[in-house]
Write a protein that binds this ligand. Structure first.
Ligand SMILES: Nc1ncnc2c1ncn2[C@@H]1O[C@H](COP(=O)(O)OP(=O)(O)OP(=O)(O)O)[C@@H](O)[C@H]1O
Length: 215
């Protein structure tokens, strides 16, 4: 697996750069940590890579194929974004998971593992989403994503609502995957990141690239 991002640029609504010329590379079992101040564009960067948000310039490849080569729905099952907070949804996590499995692009991948086993919390799966704690929602959302075995996981502060012990458990489980992970926790970055960068507020001077990481 090789995910490559080359010179990705994203403009804000006012026409100035949110970030400019971000380049990065991710391979199997690597964890790339992204830190940086609030509003510097970390979540937006992940959403651009997942093809959930448009960007102005740049190219993204998975195994040398573009999102268009895969088709966007297929790309999103392979390069999967997990938001910091799951949107409020009706029903239970199990209903959500069953529905997700019925989507053509998930069905065709046919490589799911049991998310209940991954989450190690049987009792939460049949409750309504709105009866779960922030930490329970975070663990279940991550377990659903891991169970789909995406090629790359794009994780937006995946442990921000977890207690320290659960956080360490989740970190251990991530080491098997290729992840780009947004974190505000320098200790977490030290514990699990194989590579890292800080996204700062963009200063618009000539040829001012924000990040370039090449493995
Ligand atoms: N699709 C979009 N197009 C243009 N600008 C956007 C888009 N989505 C978000 N933004 C703007 O980009 C800025 C950065 O938002 P983003 O959520 O990416 O920051 P962040 O670094 O993840 O912040 P935090 O650490 O607080 O979560 C915000 O000002 C937001 O309004």
């Amino acid at each position: 697996m090789h995910l490559e991002v080359e010179r990705l640029c994203k403009l804000k609504a006012d026409g100035t750069f949110l970030f400019r010329d971000v380049s990065l590379s991710l391979k199997d079992k690597e964890i790339l940590a992204i830190s940086g101040p609030s509003g510097s564009g970390k979540s937006t960067l992940l959403k651009c890579i997942a093809q959930l948000t448009l960007y102005e310039e740049g190219i993204i490849y998975l195994n040398r194929k573009s999102p268009e080569d895969y088709g966007i729905p297929n790309w999103r099952t392979r390069v999967m974004y997990v938001p910091q907070r799951a949107p409020v949804m009706p029903g239970s996590p199990m209903e959500f998971y069953q529905k997700m499995l019925s989507f053509k692009h998930q069905r065709s991948r046919n490589c799911h593992v049991d998310p209940i086993e991954i989450s190690q919390q049987d009792e939460s799966w049949d409750k309504e989403w709105n009866q779960l704690s922030g930490g329970e929602i975070q663990r279940i959302s991550l377990a659903i994503a891991l169970s789909c075995k995406p090629d790359a996981l794009l994780l937006d502060e995946p442990t921000s609502a977890l207690d320290p012990d659960t956080c360490l458990l989740v970190e251990e489980s991530l080491k098997e995957y290729a992840c780009i992970l947004v974190t505000h926790n320098p200790e977490q970055e030290r514990r699990i990141a194989t590579n890292s960068f800080m996204l700062r507020h963009h200063v618009d001077t000539e040829d001012n690239a924000d990040v370039s990481i090449d493995n």
